[in-house]
Design a protein around this ligand. Structure first.
Ligand SMILES: Cc1ncc(COP(=O)(O)O)c(C=O)c1O
Length: 400
């Protein structure tokens, strides 16, 4: 018998080597108690959270929690069915209405996760014989959507407009083409030049999908994302998003003005062949989305936090993923995985949680400490975060 697990041996070995150094397992942390969007108890210690996707701090919003409790009481704990059978409750419709209003678009389709939204939309609209042209640093759910749909995948260099244009020009003029972009790329926290990319895509006759997972709620005047901020939202055919970041719960969605969009509810397998979200989840999502429409003060504070942290880390001597702060994500580049894990642990001992990211999730084989800020971090907390980075960085020898 061939052991089907033997393909994982290199990863098992790498993991064992890392843990043999005595470092805490960075992928096995337990949040013993969550006190607020920015503070939790980890290993018995009060810890500032700087590695969640809770950008707008909605997880503890009083109205959001009340809506969830009310839906739990009135509609029960789950739907036990697909959206196309018994799994569409009033709350799912209200959630889709909230999304349509949030984006000012005609159609909204809620999925059980953002992963499934990408999987479903991409695989359903780009099938055999079609082309998906995507940024090489695209999220796994985008790649998986391409694989599931059997479309030809054409990748171009990260955020490179010229490379995208060149690839598009090489494709047959009459072939179906879907260009898939992200507003914010989550590893380095950098923003895509959507305006230019969408222009060259449209010139080549392609449809455009933008995943705004890390920008919804925060970037753009109304929090609609990078396409809004760059004034090109009207040219985007499909916006994909998630409830697991700024919205503060779980779920995914696609919004669009395409006149035939609703047919997707019958043909999109990751929408049809899975249970719908529990009533409490769609109620929290709808309430959160409606509150995010009026979140401009929070958005301004989050930008302030991002700028202060970026400048502070840079002044301390850390190497960062972007020259300027472009989003709520600030990536600190580590020399290698071992020292990255040591720094991650030193920060945890200081009472600061960040994400340790490593290949294959990261670009160019980098090990990153990814910091994601929250609108609920006070400016004092950001100061405290910088102090903890300084102490840990000196202890591990990352900065002088
Ligand atoms: C760009 C992007 N798209 C989609 C997703 C999937 O979102 P979800 O957590 O709702 O499955 C993520 C999650 O990390 C993401 O970063």
């Amino acid at each position: 018998m061939t052991d089907l697990f033997s393909k994982f041996d290199p990863l098992i070995q790498q993991r064992e080597q890392l843990l043999a150094t005595g470092v805490t397992d960075p992928y096995n942390l337990v949040m013993e108690k969550v006190i607020s969007p920015t503070v939790a108890i980890c290993n018995g210690r009060e810890t500032i959270l700087l590695g969640t996707y809770n950008y707008m701090g909605m997880t503890f919003d009083e109205d959001v929690i009340a809506a969830g409790k009310d839906a739990l009481d009135k509609f029960g704990s789950g739907t036990t069915g697909s959206r196309v059978l018994n799994g569409t409750y009033q709350g799912h419709k209200e959630c889709e209405d909230a999304l349509k209003e949030f984006y000012a678009m005609d159609h909204a389709m809620v999925f059980s996760t953002g992963y499934q939204a990408n999987l479903g939309i991409i695989s359903t609209i780009a099938g055999k014989g079609d082309y998906v042209i995507l940024d090489i640093d695209s999220h796994a759910s985008i790649y998986d959507g391409c694989a599931m749909g059997n479309a030809e995948i054409v990748a171009f260099r990260h955020n490179d407009v010229e490379a995208l244009e060149k690839r598009l020009k090489r494709l047959p003029a009459d072939a179906g083409k879907l260009v898939v972009l992200e507003g914010v790329y989550s590893m380095l926290g950098d923003v895509a030049p959507l305006k230019e990319m969408i222009r060259v895509s449209k010139e080549a006759g392609a449809m455009v999908l933008v995943d705004e997972a890390h920008s919804m709620g925060f970037i753009g005047e109304h929090g609609r994302g990078v396409a809004e901020a760059q004034g090109v939202l009207d040219d985007v055919d499909f916006v994909i998003g998630t409830f697991s970041k700024s919205v503060g719960t779980v779920g995914g969605f696609c919004v669009s003005n395409h006149p035939k969009f609703e047919i997707l509810r019958l043909v999109c397998r990751p929408y049809v062949f899975t249970a719908s979200l529990p009533p409490s989840v769609v109620a929290t999502a709808a309430t959160s989305i409606r509150k995010l429409m009026h979140g401009s003060n929070k958005r301004a504070h989050l930008w302030e936090n991002s700028k202060v942290l970026h400048k502070g880390l840079r002044d301390l001597g850390f190497q960062l993923g972007t020259e300027e702060p472009q989003s709520a994500i600030i990536a600190v580049i580590m020399p290698d995985l071992e020292r990255g894990a040591m720094m991650w642990e030193a920060l945890l001992e200081e009472g600061l949680y960040v994400n340790l990211a490593r290949p294959p999730a990261t670009p160019a084989g980098m090990t990153l400490l990814r910091c994601s800020l929250c609108a609920e971090h006070s400016i004092e907390q950001v100061g405290e975060i910088l102090g903890r980075f300084e102490r840990a960085g000196q202890r591990v020898g990352i900065i002088g």
